[in-house]
Design a protein around this ligand. Structure first.
Ligand SMILES: Nc1ncnc2c1ncn2[C@@H]1O[C@H](COP(=O)(O)OP(=O)(O)OP(=O)(O)O)[C@@H](O)[C@H]1O
Ligand SMILES: [Mg+2]
Length: 232
């Protein structure tokens, strides 16, 4: 018997209601293990983004979230954010510095890394998303697909243990999408991939979960889950 890889993220009975009363999460249980990629499917409004927001402490619900063995609390939020990094569904929520390279450098600098190390990470991450030539550009003037890749470079620059990817391929042309898949496949991190694209999920994820009205109602191989819920 092989050993079961360590849990990077563990979620127990998570509930969350937005102000105004929408019950967006209604008892989510979930484990992400080292090295695996899990696809998250589910209809618009089923709670996928709300779920991811809890894993980086942007929202706090009822229930427990554990990251690399640490229960997510206000005190260890900075430590958690060094280990789990999220690519937002809307890149405009992520990009805020005057240039692309400053944006990618922002998190490593705020983690207190040396300038040389920051420069190396910026080079490496911009190259990984094929955006080196746009480094001096203003993020808000990039195309939608370029913005997405710039945001991904910023996420990779943190060198996290887990990546949360909320619709990473939106706006990408077929070639950029293939490049994204190749980039993500090379990364050692555990990943949660929220997507409506079953093909993308099949090329990256070893299993899938299905969200329905704030709960995970099924899991299995990507193909099995897509078939069971007539998804894709
Ligand atoms: N800031 C907010 N305030 C109030 N309700 C919200 C807010 N954000 C999301 N909701 C509601 O919470 C529910 C879950 O939304 P969420 O964005 O998590 O869904 P999702 O699965 O990510 O959908 P999509 O596939 O469209 O991205 C929906 O009913 C949504 O309208
Ligand atoms: Mg969403």
């Amino acid at each position: 018997m092989g050993r079961v890889p360590a849990a990077v993220i563990e979620v127990r009975d998570l509930h969350y209601a937005y102000a105004g009363g929408v019950e967006a999460l209604r008892g989510v249980n979930f484990v992400l293990r080292a090295g695996e990629t899990v696809a998250a499917f589910g209809a618009n409004g089923s709670g996928k983004t709300t779920f991811l927001n809890h894993l980086v402490g942007l929202l706090r619900g009822r229930g427990a979230v554990t990251v690399c063995g640490m229960e997510l609390t206000k005190e260890n939020l900075p430590a958690v954010r060094r280990r789990v990094s999220m690519l937002f569904q809307d890149s405009d929520d992520q990009l805020f510095m005057p240039t692309v390279e400053e944006d990618v450098a922002f998190a490593p600098l705020s983690m207190g890394l040396e300038n040389d190390e920051v420069r190396r990470r910026v080079e490496r991450c911009l190259a990984a998303v094929d955006l080196s030539e746009c480094r001096q550009r203003a993020p808000h003037r990039l195309s939608a697909g370029q913005k997405r890749r710039a945001a991904l470079a910023g996420v990779l620059a943190m060198d996290p243990e887990a990546l949360l990817l909320d619709e990473p391929a939106t706006f990408l042309d077929p070639q950029a999408k293939r490049a994204l898949v190749a980039t993500l496949r090379k990364l050692p991190q555990a990943k949660i991939l929220v997507t409506h694209d079953v093909g993308l999920a099949a090329s990256l994820a070893s299993r899938a979960v299905f969200f329905e009205r704030g709960r995970i109602v099924g899991e299995g191989s990507v193909r099995a889950v897509a078939e069971r819920f007539s998804w894709g």
